[in-house]
Design a protein around this ligand. Structure first.
Ligand SMILES: [Zn+2]
Length: 192
């Protein structure tokens, strides 16, 4: 299956990758519909990261799927809705308990190394990264800019960049301009 993880090659923040999983499966279906789809989608997510970032245990089982859905619901609620204490508790817990960190290590020759410290399987680690990113979005003011793509029938959620991009991708931007041009030619009232 082909998953649109970073939506047409656009690099987006981990919390938005998770929120957009709802339309990331082929045919804009939910990538977290079942364990099999979620497993394939998570492999596509892992492929965009550095090797070893999330360890070796990259499978998605029933518990992993429940965790993905739980955190997606919480992040979506925090970024797009009126935040509830229960959603905050989910994000705070994953940030504290699952976000990977860095630790110092000596090898056999006494050389100093920095080592990735993981606190659970790959899905848990990634959800820790998502939770930390969600907190960063609130902290740096990005939450106020979170928006849905300006193309009417597109449901992709994005943070517009410094070019004030209102579309999730060039395809959407082109499609919308084309439609506006068509309406103009037909003499219909042009909105915006
Ligand atoms: Zn779009």
């Amino acid at each position: 299956m082909q998953f649109d993880v970073h939506h047409h090659g656009t690099l987006v923040r981990p919390s938005l990758v998770l929120v957009n999983s709802v339309v990331a499966a082929p045919g804009e279906a939910d990538a977290l519909a079942d364990v099999a789809a979620a497993g394939d989608w998570f492999q596509a997510v892992v492929a965009t990261l550095s090797p070893g970032d999330l360890g070796d245990d990259l499978a998605v089982d029933g518990d992993g799927l429940d965790a993905l859905r739980e955190v997606r619901g919480a992040v979506e609620q925090i970024l797009l809705g009126r935040p509830r204490a229960s959603s905050l508790a989910v994000v705070n817990r994953y940030e504290t308990e699952s976000a990977p960190s860095w630790g110092l290590d000596l090898d056999a020759r006494g050389e100093l190394h920095v080592r990735r410290r993981l606190w659970g399987p790959g899905v848990e680690s990634w959800l820790g990264i998502v939770a930390a990113d969600c907190i960063d979005l609130v902290r740096d003011g990005g939450r106020a800019q979170v928006a849905t793509c300006a193309t009417p029938d597109c449901r992709i959620v994005l943070v517009p960049d410094h070019h004030r991009r209102r579309f999730c991708c060039t395809t959407c931007a082109h499609r919308t301009r084309q439609a506006r041009y068509q309406r103009g030619r037909e003499g219909a009232p042009v909105s915006r």
